[in-house]
Design a protein. Structure first.
Length: 484
């Protein structure tokens, strides 16, 4: 095939499911699992492993509601008694087994009476729907931009969901696959795309089966005529959730982000204009079109617009995925659907690894972009993680930065060296040693934000800065902060 050995090795070594056997035991050691005893679980599994079976500590497996959790091949095994597998959540409690179930509750109405493209953009803009993959880019603006480019155009559903603490896309694909696909079909009709892709993370075997079954039903109902939808299964690399890294991966290379601009809406898959949306973003589109953008926007509270799915995990009675208005406070989610904290709260991560680390005093902050900004945090992918007071904030921060260091694609120096360096500083600090002054650390953080190519390197400094602000006493040995 005229492919050099080096090229093969380069790609294979990038992806964990190509490097390691797919039937290995993978124990999640992400922060939520770590605070609930994952390191002990990993040690036990390694001790009991027989005949050279591989047991690996891996980053988030996307089953934080079952933490601590491991996977044997495709099978997910929860470990802890307190987990109740998510419990019921608004709307999602009622799963759709078949297309008929979905239609019986109003499904396909948006697809069957699709408004004109201009009207779709208007409704999306009025709804305030803004990318639930984490970046929060206004969906209507993105759709309008893609439609303005010359075809052919592709549509890609980002189902890579690797953000620690985030399980919402899995819930949707497992319980409401037809809804996800209706959103995707609306996007394809809108963009006049005949080819669409779902980039799905390897670990989501049940999602894969549910999507495939739903696609078969939709095909049998004649709803896919003239369209081709393919599932592309990732191979275990968090960075492939970043949209341009995903494009590289789909084209058969290492998942290394591209420089933007050009944006995927201009130059995307195979160089063509491509509409990329998160699973959950698309799943809200049918409701926006059915209700009208303004009515959907009015579902939000405290000035925020619309609703979203909050993944709630960690030290709560009912970890799971709950639909709630944007603008709900952290307390409303934790003490409402999630059943309350099971231990005194020590720290809160509002929306995923780079969203920040907040003290318990933030419980009454609304989970909305503007409110969280005042606390130096963001809403990200709404993966709300509650850490007990027994889990030291310094360890939470060190584990978060270790995650970024492990998952960096290594393309750019500030991210590659920065995350490793900061992790070293934190580990040394934990051991009572000073590897770098506070002023030097801040210089590194500035360089990472200013010069990293993608959101991973640009976002990693946020939790560090949060920890400086909310737990200054932990960093006193590093000396005075840099002067502004
Ligand atoms: C490091 C990194 C990881 C990401 N992972 C995901 C992911 O797993 N799923 C996702 O939908 N978006 C992820 N994103 C955001 C995507 O790049 C992109 O903004 C999103 O898929 C666009 O869809 P949306 O506008 O509907 O959110 C990630 C971004 C970064 C920087
Ligand atoms: S910021 Fe990090 S993850 Fe992103 S391209 Fe650079 S090295 Fe890769």
């Amino acid at each position: 095939m005229n492919i050099r050995r080096g090229e093969v090795h380069e790609v294979v070594s990038f992806y964990s499911f190509l490097r390691e056997p797919t039937d290995a035991v993978r124990v999640c050691i992400g922060p939520v699992c770590d605070c609930l005893g994952a390191r002990d679980l990993l040690a036990r599994e390694q001790e009991q492993a027989q005949d050279g079976a591989r047991v690996l500590g891996v980053e988030c497996l996307g089953h934080c509601d079952l933490a601590p959790v491991l996977m044997r091949g495709d099978a997910v095994e929860p470990e802890l008694a307190h987990s109740t597998n998510g419990g019921p959540s608004v709307d999602l409690a009622q799963a759709d087994e078949t297309l008929a179930d979905y239609e019986a509750r109003g499904g396909l109405a948006a697809l069957r009476s699709l408004p004109q493209p201009g009207r779709i953009v208007e409704e999306l803009k009025a709804s305030g729907l803004a990318g639930y993959g984490g970046a929060g880019f206004p969906t209507g603006v993105k759709w309008e931009a893609v439609a303005g480019e010359r075809g052919p155009r592709y549509v890609i559903v980002n189902a890579d969901e690797g953000e620690p603490g985030t399980i919402k896309d899995r819930y949707l694909m497992e319980r409401r696959p037809h809804l996800v696909l209706e959103g995707m079909l609306v996007a394809m009709r809108f963009a006049e795309s005949t080819e669409g892709f779902i980039y799905l993370r390897e670990e989501y075997a049940l999602s894969r089966a549910r999507l495939n079954a739903a696609l078969e039903e939709l095909g049998a109902a004649g709803l896919l005529d003239g369209l081709q939808i393919r599932l592309v299964v990732g191979a275990g690399a968090y960075i492939c959730g970043e949209e341009t890294a995903m494009l590289e991966s789909m084209e058969g290379r290492r998942g290394m982000p591209r420089l933007k601009p050009p944006f995927p809406s201009q130059v995307g898959y195979l160089g063509r204009p491509t509409l990329i949306n998160n699973v959950e973003t698309l799943a809200h589109v049918p409701a926006v079109l059915r209700m009208g953008g303004e009515a959907w926007a009015a579902l939000g509270v405290r000035g925020a617009k619309g609703v979203r799915l909050f993944s709630v995990s960690g030290a709560v009675a009912r970890p799971g995925c709950y639909e709630a208005p944007n603008g709900s406070t952290i307390r409303e989610l934790v003490e409402g659907p999630a059943g309350g904290a099971i231990e005194e709260i020590g720290a809160i991560v509002p929306g995923g690894a780079a969203s920040g680390i907040l003290p318990p005093a933030a419980l009454d902050v609304p989970l909305a972009r503007d409110d969280l900004r005042e606390w130096g945090a963001g809403v990200g992918s709404a993966g709300l993680q509650v850490f007990p007071a027994s889990y030291p904030p310094l360890r939470l921060l060190a584990e978060t930065i270790r995650f970024f260091a492990e998952e960096s694609c290594q393309k750019c120096t500030p991210c590659r060296i920065g995350n490793r360096g900061i992790h070293h500083v934190l580990a040394e600090l934990d051991a009572g040693r000073v590897a770098m002054s506070r002023e030097q650390v801040e210089e590194w953080l500035d360089a990472m934000v200013a010069t990293s190519i993608c959101g991973l390197g640009q976002g990693a400094p946020f939790p560090v800065r949060n920890a400086f602000r909310w737990w200054p006493e932990l960093f006193a040995p590093l000396g005075e902060p840099a002067r502004a």
